[in-house]
Design a binder for this molecule. Structure first.
Ligand code: 6PG
Length: 498
């Protein structure tokens, strides 16, 4: 099927005996693994890549795995698809996606479905959906999580777009998604950009989750002096309890790894400057616009930025900002095993805040854009396949089953009891100890402040309102009567009401 579509010797794919139920454009690892996942479930899959060498390589290595229909032109690719045609784009997010959408839309017909499976910015997805719909085709922005392994063996999938497309596409996506307790980790999230918005926040939570694990590691290593091999065992043990999750599991693997070149712990040969491709940053930018405090995710994004400011960090070390590490756990009278348990609990509590904030942002986004996203559904489809998959998501699913309108995850009776049962005391001790030792814990500390702010009866915001009114006549409201007020600060200080 690699011949040109209109070659006189071969029937065009449109007339071939068997057409593909779905197609994948982009044969880098994510795209080829997704295509292999579809064929492993018995589907016929059309594949196409801009440079045909990649398509040929996939056929050479994996052609025997099932029914692929490779094509070397986009027209052939489109012609090899069953109607309504369904094509998933797995190319680098950005202009490459726009180019492929344009080509597909031109070659497709009314009612065909273009799916973008990359990490697109949701506002781009909204724009693309509008443009594609104007050409009579459907467009579905779908977040796909789980990395290369997930794409092959079962990712968590977050499709947006028109409900009509979900009817055709849903069964195919259910086939290839991860399953937890027999339930597929995919659901229709909502119209236009809803799927990519939710995937964006998923990634923001991923950033916070990774950072809190990093902070726990750092404290255990540099406050408690535990070496990586033993830390690997501690994380493996944690993975048996409340913290059971993919990210804790791989943390143990990374810490257990020895560098083959030097024999040192692998963690010690990695430059401590974290990269980022943008989804965490987008989560925070959007949260700022929506007015939702995602402080844990924000600190996690900034922690990556600070880690990468190598010149600044080096200057600070050399010219010597005074170090805080002049004391030790021992000098503070803290016993090692008790500290390890406190750190585990601080990690759990901070992670809970990150999820609570992420869900707040999703609810606010859904409200703003009119998507009708069901938070309980998200917790359910994140239980398997995705990077933030965790046992704890069962608890979140249950929390939203108990109360779909839950004002904050932190207020769910189960989580509230967990926090009050001892998590908070440990959390406070860990933040205090880290501060005394001069070890940075940006997400542990900011999440604790968020928790304390949320439950506070009074906040210093009253003073801020007073200051704003003083210098700018910005007005304030009173606790004891309706209305808007201003005090004539520079005059007789009489209170005026509006
Ligand atoms: C996933 C991941 C995936 C990707 C991240 C990495 O859900 O499968 O989130 O989308 O690995 O975008 O992001 P950074 O490079 O920004 O850490």
């Amino acid at each position: 099927m690699t011949q040109p579509a209109n070659s006189p010797e071969t029937p065009s794919p449109e007339h071939a005996d068997s057409l593909a139920q779905i197609g994948v454009v982009g044969m880098a690892v994510m795209g080829s693994n997704l295509a292999r996942n579809f064929v492993s479930k018995g589907h016929t899959v059309a594949i196409y890549n801009r440079s045909p060498e990649k398509t040929r390589a996939v056929m050479e290595q994996h052609g025997h795995e099932g029914a692929f229909i490779p094509s070397e032109t986009i027209e052939d690719f489109v012609a090899s698809l069953e109607r309504p045609r369904k094509a998933i784009i797995m190319v680098q997010a950005g202009p490459a996606t726009d180019a492929v959408i344009d080509q597909l839309a031109a070659a497709m017909d009314e009612g065909d479905i273009i799916i973008d499976g990359g990490n697109a910015l949701f506002t781009d997805t909204i724009r693309r959906e509008r443009d594609v719909a104007a050409r009579g085709r459907h467009f579905v922005g779908a977040g796909i999580s789980g990395g290369e392994e997930g794409a092959l063996n079962g990712p968590s999938i977050m499709p947006g777009g028109p409900a009509e497309s979900w009817e055709t596409l849903g069964p195919l996506l259910e086939d290839i998604s991860a399953k937890v307790d027999g339930e597929p980790c995919v659901t229709h999230i909502g119209p236009d950009g809803a799927g990519h918005f939710v995937k964006m926040v998923h990634n923001g939570i991923e950033y916070a989750d990774m950072q809190v694990i990093g902070e726990a590691y750092h404290l255990l290593r540099y406050a408690a002096g535990i070496e990586p091999a033993e830390l690997a065992d501690i994380f493996s043990e944690w993975n048996e309890g409340d913290l059971d999750s993919y990210l804790i599991e791989i943390t143990a693997e990374v810490l257990r790894q020895k560098d083959a070149r030097t024999g040192q712990p692998f963690i010690d040969v990695i430059v401590d400057a974290a990269g980022q491709k943008g989804t965490g940053r987008w989560t925070v930018k959007e949260a700022l616009d929506l007015g939702v405090p995602v402080t844990g995710i924000g600190e996690a994004v900034f922690a990556r930025a600070l880690s990468s400011a190598l010149a600044q960090r080096e200057a600070a070390q050399n010219i010597g900002l005074p170090a805080g590490d002049t004391t030790t756990l021992e000098a503070l009278g803290i016993e090692r095993d008790a500290f390890v348990e406190d750190v585990r609990r601080a990690l759990y509590a901070s992670k809970l805040v990150a999820y609570a904030q992420g869900f707040d942002e999703i609810n606010a986004g859904s409200q703003e854009y009119g998507w009708g996203v069901q938070p309980g559904d998200l917790a359910r489809i994140w239980r398997g396949g995705c990077i933030i998959r965790a046992k704890f998501l069962n608890r979140i699913t249950e929390a939203y089953e108990r109360d779909p309108e839950l004002p904050s995850l932190l207020l769910d009776p189960y989580f509230k009891a967990e926090l009050e049962k001892g998590l908070v005391d440990s959390w406070r001790r860990v933040v205090v100890t880290a501060t005394q030792l001069g070890l940075p814990v940006p997400v542990f500390a900011s999440s604790l402040s968020y928790y304390d702010s949320l439950r506070a009866k009074r906040l210093p915001a009253a003073l801020i309102q007073g200051q704003r009114d003083f210098f700018g006549a910005h007005t304030y409201r009173r606790v004891d009567m309706e209305g808007t007020f201003h005090t004539a600060w520079s005059g007789d200080r009489e209170e005026l009401s509006y």
